[in-house]
Ligand binder design. Sequence first.
Ligand code: SAM
Length: 252
Amino acid sequence: DFRSRSAFKLLEIEAQHLFLEKPHVQGVVDLGAAPGGWSQVVSRKLGWSREGKAPVRAPSGKTLKPAGTTQKSARVDFLDDSYDPLNIDDALHTLKGRGTIVAVDLLPMLPIPGVQSIKGDFLAPATVQKVRAMLARPENPGGKADLILSDMAANASGTGVRDIQSSLDICESVYNFAARNLRTVDETGDTRGGVLLIKYFAHPLLEEFSRRSLEPNFRKVHLVKPPASRSDSRETYFLCMGFKGDWERGTS
Ligand code: SAM
């Protein structure tokens, strides 16, 4: 009952590395979140929803198709400003999960319990400001993220060079955001530190980006290709664990 095949990739990476189902995970940002498979996984792991196909009901009382629907009118119904995912117990669910989950996409997304979504371009500074404002909630002490996920990819142009360049641009933007907004090892008061998971297209330029920006700033950087990811695609994930702080920028 997940909205995307990508959900299984996240579940597989989590099963191997166990970074999500931890009580200290309070702030999660899901970038390039639509249609919402990863956000559904996070919502469940943080206790906002449970497995199964519960009917989804709009605050108006109108019942929508369960997760997975692409019904356009349903999307529009939900995306008005009055929608507050932290206060819709009678509308969507009766569970009170923990923490703050923020999802961003260019496309609208049907609601998911506990997930606040922003429709916007993550590469635009205004969107980044909105994400930061949402993280700064009482439920999330310090206003930082414990986990930043990015499954963002630009539409494949068909010309390899452009696809690689846009993957690099996305990775750099996500890392720049993480450098300022991911909880560091020191802030967690122990040795955990925040975790960053970014999709990228395998290429020497991306490996160079990892050596330059990721490896110096995290305790461990894994290159992960989950079984659910097609083996003939370049798609791979950087799983960066234990954010030490960004030494180059001196923000730590
Ligand atoms: N993880 C998602 C899931 O499980 O449902 C699937 C994500 S899909 C592979 C990639 C998404 O990234 C698309 O929905 C696309 O709209 C989004 N995207 C690409 N560039 C973006 C940008 N600059 N800002 C926000 N979203 C972006």
